[in-house]
Design a protein around this ligand. Sequence first.
Ligand SMILES: Nc1ncnc2c1ncn2[C@@H]1O[C@H](COP(=O)(O)OP(=O)(O)OP(=O)(O)O)[C@@H](O)[C@H]1O
Length: 238
Amino acid sequence: MLELREVAKSFGGLKVLTDVSFTAAAGEVTALIGPNGAGKSTLVNLISGYLSPNAGTIALDGEDLTGRPAAKAFAMGVSRTFQVTGNTAELNVFECVAMAAYRQSSDYREVNRIAEEQLRSFDLWPYRSRRLGDIPTAMVRVVDFARGMAANPKLLLLDEVMAGLTPVEVDVVIQQVRACRETGVAIVMIEHVLQAVTALADSVVVLNNGHIVATGSMSEVSRSEEVREAYLGRAAAH
Ligand SMILES: Nc1ncnc2c1ncn2[C@@H]1O[C@H](COP(=O)(O)OP(=O)(O)OP(=O)(O)O)[C@@H](O)[C@H]1O
């Protein structure tokens, strides 16, 4: 289980997150939603070690993750995807996924077996030799998702994996997220695609202006006036 307590982050004088506390259980999908600029990506960067909080604690299965660098967080079982995936453009699909499988084994045959298994389960095997720079961005996000799972993580952070997918493709990825949840991994998903949040979220955390304004099931949070204000503006909430 992931547990955040009173996490805060500022950039210079700009407070981006204040007093953020929530938990995300193993075998569940926790959706992190909120308007643009709410602080969702910053939170994912804090959990995955790409940023360090100014205050508060982050723990995974009781182990302290607070301020651990990204490589250490990965070794401790935190996998994440990226909204912008340009750094890996020269790798092919197989190499990208195999890289993460090294968390599970240092034997290259085992690494290749894990990478093949993940690529087949994501229907990416036919694309294994394609350079990431040559495939559509929406497919790169799914490769990134498969890479995240190839590490056999305790926690998988999905940062807008559905962005740019067609509704049919969203349905396919929804099934893939469900299959991953079955493995018992805790999934924290930043998502703007409502179809996906409604279909997948066991619980929802709503951020606005760096604060949590609601937590609960999708139907609970959508009844909250603060949530409607955050999304639709004050007038629409009345
Ligand atoms: N490195 C940084 N330096 C300064 N300000 C930053 C930095 N990173 C993010 N911010 C600011 O922090 C706020 C929250 O940004 P963040 O990207 O976390 O929001 P978000 O909820 O993920 O938005 P989106 O849905 O658009 O991705 C924004 O005002 C942003 O401009």
